[in-house]
Design a protein. Sequence first.
Length: 450
Amino acid sequence: TVEAQALRRTPEANHAAFLRAQDAIPGGVNSPVRAYGSVGGDPRFLASASGPYVTDVAGREYVDLVCSWGPALLGHAHPDVVAAVQDAAARGLSFGAPTVAEVELAEEVRRRVPAAERVRLVSTGTEATMTAIRLARGVTGRPLVIKFAGCYHGHMDALLAEAGSGVATLALPGSAGVTDATAAETLVLPYNDLAAVEAAFAQRGSEIAAVITEASPANMGVVPPVEGFNEGLRRITSAHGALFIMDEVLTGFRVGPAGWWGLENDAIRAAGGEGYTPDLFTFGKVVGGGMPVAALGGPASVMDHLAPLGPVYQAGTLSGNPVAVASGLTTLRLADDAVYARVDEVSRVLSGAVGDALTAAGVEHRVQRAGSLFSVFFGPLAAASGVRDYAQAQAQETFRYTALFHAMLAAGVNLPPSVFEAWFVSAAHDDAAVDRILAALPNAAEAAAA
Ligand code: PLP
């Protein structure tokens, strides 16, 4: 109707969409962090996205620093990716049979991360970590898994305890519906604390199948591993016959061509060290370029325990979906050194400017970085000594982020709607987009100071 069309272009259109959504969908969203639960207000219902910009149903454009929570490394709707997707779609949406493009994507992952000798494609990061855990249990015959507080590995039962991301945003200890028996098979330890890992293995080493960690955590805000932490996990798990699972769903192919593992090992080798290799990697987000593709990879000696070769079952009607694989493969092929250089540059400029604006406004804070990922922690504790674990991340002044977030939104910049999330940039963030963010920062920093 004419009325509906007119409404579509007004600011009320977004509110109307949210009201309608809440009637049809729990909380109006299909993933909790989208709900603005911690910052308040109406989540923006998006109608389109292009390059560094997203546009909501009311016609308002924002510079986007969410980037679909990571996948949009090249920016939104890169023309070559869209063309590859359209071409694949025209040849069939789903076959339920192997394709050559799936092999090419697996080979591209292995080219970047050679330890991923064999790669199994799945559709979400959750499936990747869930399968990695099952595989570790199947290979070792042991029940227990160690995870770290504040790390998020998706919404599988065993890994929701003290998880980051939306679980942190909503301040939940875990999730209802996870049985005590399942929870008892997960040991949650403080991040960056190798002594705690040593102690857990000393007590129950023969029962521990795996340690899973975010390669560099970014779901409690950005909290990089202290020097030697990941190498320490490698050493301890090897000594006890447990697997070391490095979750690169968020960092993989985003912070560098070979993810956090690549960055960290380059640095270790440059300093004369040997480097380390986990047993299993999980990937998601960038590996699908905005379509549902995720993956797990590792040596044949572990991966070949998966069905159909081995006894560990895993499957998926839409696994390796040809349209999604076209998106992921094209994205990875386009993600060359120039792309990573631009993403690094934008991240460096923005993280510096955020820090400067907050300092100028007298807001105590600490900007933490891991490669091109960064986030801000607020308050005197974070400012004084930085944040190295979940307890410290939770101790910050979260209300300051709410003020910053809304001031930026009003100025046309879309930040992640939670202080516990990383800010994501893309190679499509050109100078015009960056300038718009820089122009909005001083006023937003003032708002955070109030
Ligand atoms: N692992 C990490 C490190 C993540 O950041 C996420 C999602 O944010 C996941 C796993 C789960 O991925 P998905 O949301 O695709 O299930």
